[in-house]
Design a protein around this ligand. Structure first.
Ligand SMILES: O=P(O)(O)OC[C@@H](O)[C@@H](O)c1c[nH]c2ccccc12
Length: 250
């Protein structure tokens, strides 16, 4: 794995993590009678440009939770998504629900950062990691008390994800190279996620009908970013998304 700089050094991060209290359980929060909504704090995106640069992380995350979000995804990637670890820290201070650190994680120190800044879960993108890196980062995350959300797009990646005992499985409809939303990916892959795993349908949801389609496939949760970032009535929009009954798989 390549070396990576962190604002805080490893020793400082390890000291913070040693003192850190428990965080709420990400996977448990996603098992509820309704499809659980993971609402994403997203300032900008490569496909849509700036969504809302002036967004206040504490205010926005409180609205998400008031609207019924089960968990939140906090983009911490700065160059393409305008995120930061400060957003993660501010969200942790503002709301009680589990937080996912959403970033391109390739190095173990990013897991320490995630835990130190209050995350309950971390995104691991199967396509961006070779199989041994994915397995190592998955085990390291679990050892730190973080749930890995392993993002997949095909059967081979699903097999690798399911090999990580504590992993929650995310199916991303968006091709991260072309940025195109391909609903057929979720339609094919969500039903294949083993029934004892939490399955998250990611990207491209704009309304409750989209959540209902994910529910019909058997998704336990949906991850919604862009459409919430630009919603005029954030709480009302979320309340509609969070009211869809889950059907389950198998
Ligand atoms: O904004 P959308 O279409 O609702 O998508 C949210 C989320 O799924 C998307 O931000 C995402 C999914 N996987 C990623 C990996 C990296 C960065 C971003 C992502």
């Amino acid at each position: 794995m390549r070396a990576r700089e962190s604002a805080l050094g490893r020793a400082e991060l390890e000291a913070i993590v040693r003192e850190a209290g428990p965080v709420p359980d990400f996977a448990a929060a996603l098992r509820r009678p309704q499809v659980a909504v993971i609402a994403e704090l997203k300032r900008s995106s490569p496909s849509k440009g700036t969504l809302d640069a002036s967004l206040d992380a504490a205010d926005r995350t409180r609205r998400y939770v008031a609207g019924g979000a089960a968990a939140l995804s906090i983009l911490t990637e700065p160059s393409r998504f305008g995120g930061s670890l400060a957003d993660l820290r501010d969200a942790r201070a503002a709301v009680p629900v589990p937080l996912l650190r959403k970033d391109f994680i390739t190095h173990e120190v990013q897991l320490l950062e995630a835990r130190a800044y209050g995350a309950s879960a971390v995104l691991l993108i199967a396509r961006a990691l070779d199989p041994s890196e994915l397995a190592e980062l998955g085990a390291a995350a679990t050892a730190l008390g973080l749930t890995p959300l392993v993002e997949i797009r095909d059967e081979a990646e699903l097999t690798r994800a399911v090999g990580i005992p504590q992993a929650v499985i995310g199916v991303n409809n968006r091709d991260l190279e072309t940025l195109v939303i391909e609903p057929e990916v979720g339609a094919r892959m969500i039903p294949l996620v083993p029934a004892d795993r939490v399955a998250v349908y990611e990207s491209g949801i704009t309304d409750a009908a989209g959540v209902a389609r994910a529910a019909a496939l058997g998704a336990d949760a949906v991850l919604v970013g862009s459409s919430l970032s630009v919603a005029a009535d954030v709480e009302g929009t979320l309340r509609a998304l969070a009211a869809v009954t889950r059907t389950g798989r198998g």
